[in-house]
Design a protein around this ligand. Structure first.
Ligand SMILES: *Cc1c(COP(=O)(O)O)cnc(C)c1O
Length: 209
């Protein structure tokens, strides 16, 4: 099946739900992305600023109405580029990053998610659960935070983590939940996902990264 056929199948699976499908194109070259753009898909995710710049500056010239999401961690020294390149940044995880974003006025980016380290894993991005409240309170008057994002531990049943993120969003009154990937987006939708991030199930296995 082509990536376009896979995308269409997933869209059909989720059409009863009001969910945004983010096609995660990291590691895949522009040529692999083009068939999806030509067929009208507009929402994509990348995890690295430099890689996104190499592919999407040019693609955006032709397809100006795309919505590009940054789903990977953002280093402070890449903020300027990221704000010009992405429409949505899903990886807000610390006060110093919020401060750096606020310092830059020229942004395309107008929507932000706070990423939560939902399984408290040392190697994972996202704000620690016990610092979430503080980060939300610090950020809410400075940036338009529209939701929470998480990547559950790889080797565990994701259900309890999706459920916890849903509870946290209710508690803090944020309205979008970015959760669910190729293997578990259907479960995430049961727990109220509004954005799913799907790479492998559309583009196939990644050879690196
Ligand atoms: C790569 C990535 C995805 C997509 O994962 P698949 O399993 O390929 O669907 C989703 N979210 C984040 C944060 C990622 O880095």
């Amino acid at each position: 099946m082509s990536s376009l056929e896979k995308l269409r199948k997933i869209k059909k699976n989720i059409e009863a739900n009001n969910v945004k499908l983010i096609a995660v194109s990291k590691t895949h070259p522009a040529n692999d992305i083009l068939p999806l753009l030509e067929a009208g898909h507009r929402v994509f995710g990348e995890n690295r600023v430099q890689e996104a710049k190499e592919k999407w500056v040019e693609l955006r010239e032709k397809y100006s109405d795309i919505q590009l999401h940054l789903i990977g961690s953002l280093q402070t020294n890449k903020v300027k580029d990221a704000l010009k390149l992405f429409d949505v940044i899903q990886s807000i995880d610390r006060i110093s990053l919020v401060d750096e974003i606020v310092r830059h006025k020229k942004m395309l980016c107008s929507q932000f998610f706070i990423q939560v380290n939902i399984g408290n894993e040392a190697q994972k991005g996202g704000v620690a659960l016990d610092e979430l409240e503080n980060l939300i309170n610090y950020t809410k008057d400075k940036l338009p935070i529209i939701g929470l994002m998480c990547v559950p531990p790889a080797d565990k049943n994701p259900e309890q983590y999706f459920s916890l993120l849903q509870e946290l969003a209710k508690k803090y009154n944020v309205h979008n939940l970015s959760m669910g990937m190729s293997n578990d987006y259907d479960i995430a939708i049961k727990y109220g996902a509004t954005h799913i991030r799907v790479g492998t199930a559309i583009f196939g296995e990644r050879t690196n990264n």
